[in-house]
Design a protein around this ligand. Structure first.
Ligand code: FAD
Length: 386
């Protein structure tokens, strides 16, 4: 089914992003997978192409692009023709908006231009060993010391954790309140800021994921983002967009695995016929294509709503929940249709399936998405009258 939300300008943009991914990103993916991290130059090249932080206003070096479809295209093309672990959109759309939305003019002028160019790479550090789905359990502590906060604690599973130059850190600034959290910007060379090793993962191997440690880091007050003790609410602010952007990536990963499988089954011969000629194969691929079309219809509709400023938290949660589960179903079937080859990392579907596994866990797990959707139905045990 044709997707109807894109016009000629979007399609031209898609062509240019696709050829960038095919030339500058895709050919390195194998090496980056092995080394567990992308080269910094990838960000610089994406910056040169104008693909990073497109929403940033011109005065801070961006192009002020408010149409989310362009970001959707970057996410789709990076995932399909680059690699699902190249996290340009985490940088552009999950972290930089904290600076754009809650930063002062001085903070925006200081950081945003280098985020647009890719000279500074961004990460966001919320999760801790004892606080993932339940962020109110954050223990990382920032003590008010007059002109600075004294930051102590650790974070885990941080994407871009090794590469990041600027990390937005969620830290507790009020021990008396569950939500007494603030957002602090920690910069690469701050004394006491250390990183653990690049964590070994099941999939998404190009993505550097790390533990971060803060030992008496003096974070100047000028690096507080937004209001003190309002960090929890600041974090909630961008969650619908975060879930939508990852949903766009899940669609693209499933789509790429599907394409690779359609090709494979027409080449693989067994029992005197092509794998594609078995009814089971044709039925499986028909089911997958239907799921992709259904998924695009819903996600594209969410993008339209988001462009109008009307995307609800529960619809973003539905998009994230359904696309991540669908991505896992499709990539799993693609591995099955590849037989033993599908289990070998040299095959694209193997890597895509392994990478898909985390989609149901991060950016809010499937169970948390279901909680959000159920609450929107008025089913909230926390509000039950005795
Ligand atoms: C590759 C990777 C990259 C990541 N990148 C980042 C990053 O850049 N920055 C960052 O801050 N974090 C990052 N994370 C952390 C990620 O957001 C968390 O892993 C996720 O929120 C889940 O938290 P947890 O791992 O502590 O699991 P837990 O919260 O311990 O969950 C364990 C299980 O309990 C279920 N569960 C939790 N709450 C409920 C509930 N109310 N009802 C029913 N079931 C429930 C969960 O769904 C899950 O199945 C990343 C994680 C991974 C794996």
């Amino acid at each position: 089914m044709d997707r109807s939300i894109f016009d000629e300008d979007h399609e031209m943009f898609r062509d240019s992003v696709r050829s960038f991914m095919q030339k500058e990103i895709g050919p390195h993916a194998e090496r980056w997978n092995k080394q567990g991290i992308v080269d910094r130059e990838a960000f610089l090249k994406a910056g040169e192409m104008g693909l990073l932080c497109m929403w940033v206003p011109e005065e801070y070096g961006g192009i002020g692009m408010s149409d989310f479809r362009y970001e959707q295209i970057v996410m789709e093309e990076t995932t399909r023709f680059g690699d699902p672990g190249v996290f340009f959109t985490l940088h552009s759309r999950l972290v930089a908006p904290y600076i754009g939305t809650f930063g002062t003019d001085e903070q925006k002028a200081r950081w945003l231009p280098t985020c647009v160019s890719g000279e500074n790479i961004l990460a966001v550090a919320m999760t801790e060993p004892g606080a993932g789905s339940d962020l109110s359990g954050i223990r990382c502590k920032a003590e008010d010391n007059g002109d600075h906060f004294l930051l102590n604690g650790s974070k885990t599973f941080i994407s871009n954790g090794i590469l990041a130059d600027i990390v937005v850190v969620a830290a507790r600034t009020d021990a008396t309140s569950k939500h007494g959290i603030s957002l602090l910007v920690v910069e690469r060379d701050m004394e006491g800021f250390e990183r653990g090793s690049n964590m070994s993962k099941m999939g998404m191997k190009t993505q550097d994921t790390a533990e971060l440690f803060f030992n008496n880091v003096r974070v100047p007050k000028e690096n507080l983002l937004g209001e003190v003790n309002r960090g929890f609410y600041h974090m909630m602010h961008g969650l619908a967009e975060e879930r939508l952007i990852v949903a766009c990536g899940f669609m693209a990963n499933a789509h790429a695995a599907f394409d690779a499988t359609v090709e494979y089954v027409q080449e693989r011969k067994l029992f005197g016929q092509f794998l594609a000629d078995f009814q089971n194969t044709r039925f499986k691929l028909a089911e997958m294509r239907t799921e992709l079309d259904v998924g695009y219809a819903f996600v594209d509709r969410c993008v339209e709503e988001h462009n109008k400023g009307k995307l609800t938290t529960e619809d973003a949660a539905k998009a994230k929940l359904w696309t991540s589960e669908m991505e896992n179903r499709i990539t799993d079937e693609c591995v099955q249709l590849h037989g033993g080859n599908g289990f070998m990392t040299e095959y694209e579907v193997c890597r895509r399936h392994a990478s898909a596994r985390v989609s149901r866990i991060y950016a809010g797990s499937s169970e948390i998405m279901k909680e959000i959707i159920a609450r929107s139905l008025g089913l909230d045990p926390r509000k039950k009258k005795a």
